[in-house]
Design a protein around this ligand. Structure first.
Ligand code: F6P
Length: 325
């Protein structure tokens, strides 16, 4: 059996761990593994490289992706799909393991499966916004990275009172990272793209927190519409020093945590078993806390930040129903 890895979209901590564990398993059972460089853009151009456990092994603990990814929609027309079919045939690829987020896992597996080539999807994005799974690979590491930054800032927050810290997380159009981090870090307020907030409420809340606790901590997601202008607004509303920390892509490059490495190991084992059992299409998901293979198309409700946590961070009012943005 020859399996091809393709990474599409944003990289996430833990991808290399899946590759390393899978390659080790495949080698042990006498199978081959190859990888597409540069995602599907590289695949259709024939950039296929062999992968063995000893090549990928040293990368297991590293964030990012040994195989570079891309976000180019090369499979949107018949020409691109034919080019992919040709390359898969030329390289004797029996099946594909696809690493990606919501867009990738929704649109690509049916195209690959149409060729009769089994395809197992692995939800890999720090954003944790893939419907059908409670957890995506990389989310835990990205949250942990944020705690390091917040803990550092709050050392000064406590030692030298009189500051409002704004910590901006990644997350694209999703507030899952910002909300979980705000909850876990005991933030005074959180802003996520999904829920509306009021300027006067935010200003008063931060001012009150800074006067009471000596500092205020606001966590916000990069997808919040006003994220670029809030710094000046908060200073104007409160007249307290505002300190702005944007985690940016450094957050996506956090060291894979224990939880992500465990999930990576399970993803490797379950996808290896599924491909050995000739499952045509499936996704490794986390449901009810258990990691399992979901066969067929992946679906599920839109992933929204948990309102009860949002209310807890933003005012301890469990009955408050925030307006959707
Ligand atoms: O992969 C998801 C993500 O990390 C988002 O959180 C973020 O908005 C985006 O990717 C950043 O990636 P790019 O630099 O390609 O826009």
């Amino acid at each position: 059996m020859k399996t091809l890895f393709v990474v599409s979209g944003g990289d996430a901590p833990g991808i290399n761990a899946v590759m390393g564990y899978y390659a080790a398993l495949a080698t042990r059972y006498g199978h081959e593994v190859a990888g597409a460089r540069d995602g599907f853009a590289g695949l259709v151009a024939g950039r296929i490289v062999p992968l063995t456990g000893d090549v990928i092994g040293p990368w297991v603990s590293q964030p990012g992706s040994y195989l570079p990814s891309s976000r180019v929609p090369v499979l949107k027309d018949a020409e691109g799909q034919q080019a992919m079919a040709d390359v898969l045939a030329q390289h004797d690829i029996d099946n594909v393991i696809l690493f990606g987020g919501d867009g990738t896992l929704r649109y690509i597996p049916p195209i690959v499966a149409q060729l009769g080539i089994p395809c197992i999807g692995l939800p890999t994005t720090i954003d944790n916004d893939v419907p059908g799974t409670e957890l995506t690979l990389g989310f835990d590491s990205a949250c942990n990275f944020a705690y390091h930054a917040i803990d550092g800032a709050l050392a000064t927050g406590r030692a030298l009172p009189g500051r409002i810290f704004m910590v901006e997380t990644l997350g694209g159009f999703s507030g899952m990272i910002a909300l979980d981090v705000a909850f876990g870090a005991g933030a005074h307020a959180v802003l996520v793209p999904e829920y509306a907030y009021d300027d006067a409420w935010l200003g008063a809340r931060l001012l009150e927190a800074a006067q009471r606790d000596g500092y205020a901590l606001l966590v916000l997601s990069e997808g919040v519409a006003a994220s670029r202008t809030l710094f000046d607004d908060i200073l104007r509303w409160t007249n307290i020093r505002v300190r702005d920390i944007r985690l940016g892509h450094a957050q996506r490059g956090g060291i894979p945590t224990h939880r992500d490495r465990s999930l990576a190991a399970q993803m490797a084992r379950l996808s290896f078993e599924a491909l050995n059992a000739d499952v045509l299409r499936g996704t490794v998901v986390v449901r009810g806390g258990a990691t399992l293979l979901h066969e067929g198309a992946l679906d599920g409700p839109e992933r929204l930040p948990d309102v009860s946590r949002y209310n807890f961070v933003n005012g301890f009012d469990p009955d408050y129903e925030p307006a959707r943005n």
